[in-house]
Design a protein around this ligand. Structure first.
Ligand SMILES: Nc1ncnc2c1ncn2[C@@H]1O[C@H](COP(=O)(O)OP(=O)(O)O)[C@@H](O)[C@H]1O
Ligand SMILES: [Mg+2]
Length: 384
């Protein structure tokens, strides 16, 4: 809009004669003067000249870089390599990484491996071992939420990546069967703008893993099958693990909530691990240590408590959980009730069982009830 002198309405009477009116606004008026006008022209021309000059300088620089293109490109590469080597050697020295021994085949042993990112921020970071061999190629890692599953499988992937990049890794000792690819299914980023749902996205990743894995690859799967209904999820996850473990024969680390997947642990090449957890009063204590076998408890409600979810909601969740567990027993009883037909005596016993409020009984009451029930059933034995 250019330059103006703006005067508010109450002060208009003070405006000198040589001010020229340009614009009227609701509460003020804008003026210019001959001097202001010439100043404005000067500023505009200078700005144009300055832009022009800058472009000229830029073009000159461009010409000169073009003349020395080969040297500039070569020096950039040399500098980049030097930067990489210096950076790596500094980290290896300061963070106490070990030199890696490489082997052919898939046998791998990582002793006291560390997650190089997490050990920067966590004071009591717990190192863990990793072993791969023909007998232990697919490691199925269970354990509750927050137990350290994701951190651990990322750690192993990072150790492979860093070892193959620079020959050193964050661990006490590493003997590593070189991997020809690192294939992952981690996280749940949606491509909502493209209309790709979480689950489809997950399956696209899994498909990429399956189609590209060879015997020498390392595959990292974090909770696959979680984006769909439980049965779908378990079935897909199990089939994927079987394919990778038996047809491809590659090394796989799989973190999962699905205990059903640990049935695979019986097969050759599969092995179950879990992240150690201790009960600690009413809560849980995470040990962050990888141990053999299946982690059966999920501690979901304890973690909800730790996160500060209100007591009222936690209580309700515990109630729902108990009902879900009892649900199975009650369903069996109800089916028996349907099948018992017209027999009133059997129906009577079943009706009593169904109406029983176990959570309101003391252990002693329950025992007494159980004894009475047994007597009753013994009396009915011939009918049953
Ligand atoms: N090895 C470890 N040592 C110390 N703390 C850890 C370790 N691994 C994980 N943690 C802590 O536990 C948290 C949860 O870990 P995460 O791997 O996300 O668990 P999960 O995948 O089992 O839910 C991390 O954010 C970190 O604070
Ligand atoms: Mg996780």
């Amino acid at each position: 809009m250019g330059y103006f002198i703006e005067v508010t309405k109450p002060n208009l009477k003070l405006v000198p004669k040589y001010f020229k009116r340009r614009q009227t606004l609701s509460s003020s008026e804008r003026f210019t003067t001959d001097y202001l006008k010439s100043l404005e022209e000067e500023i505009t021309t200078l700005r144009e000249r300055s832009n022009h000059l800058e472009y000229e300088l830029f073009c000159n620089l461009r010409e000169r870089v073009l003349e020395g293109l080969e040297r500039v490109a070569k020096n950039s590469l040399v500098l980049a390599e030097l930067d990489f080597l210096l950076g790596m050697s500094k980290v290896v020295e300061e963070k106490n990484w070990c030199e890696v021994e490489f082997t052919e085949g898939i046998d791998t042993l990582i002793e006291e491996g560390r997650n190089p990112i997490m050990e920067e921020t966590i004071r009591d970071f717990v190192p863990n071992d990793t072993r791969f061999s023909e007998e232990e190629r697919v490691l199925i890692i269970t354990g509750p939420n927050m137990a350290g599953k994701s951190s651990y499988i990322r750690q192993v992937a990072l150790i492979f990546l860093l070892a193959q990049m620079c020959g050193f890794a964050p661990a006490r000792k590493v003997r590593l069967g070189v991997a020809d690819a690192l294939l992952t299914r981690i996280g749940s980023g949606d491509y909502l703008p493209l209309g790709i749902s979480t689950f489809l996205n997950e399956m696209l990743d899994v498909s990429n893993v399956i189609n590209n894995a060879t015997k020498k690859s390392l595959v990292i799967l974090d909770e696959i099958g979680r984006g769909t209904s439980t049965y779908d999820g378990i079935s897909i996850a199990k089939a994927v693990l079987e394919y990778l473990g038996e047809r491809v024969g590659c090394r796989v680390l799989c973190a999962t909530h699905f205990l059903e997947l640990t049935e695979l642990g019986k097969k050759r090449g599969f092995k179950n691990y879990h992240m150690g957890v201790e009960r600690d009063g009413g809560g849980v204590r995470f040990l962050y240590r990888l141990v053999e076998g299946v982690g059966r408890e999920s501690f979901g409600i304890e973690v909800a408590k730790m996160a500060g979810i209100p007591q009222e909601v936690v209580k309700k969740a515990e109630e729902h959980l108990r009902r879900l567990r009892e649900g199975n027993t009650i369903r069996v009883l109800e089916e028996a009730y349907q099948r018992s037909g017209e027999d009133e005596e059997i129906k009577e016993v079943l009706r009593e069982l169904l109406s029983l409020q176990i959570e309101r009984m003391t252990p002693l009451e329950a025992l007494i009830y159980l004894a009475k029930l047994k007597e009753k059933v013994l009396g009915l034995k011939t009918k049953l």
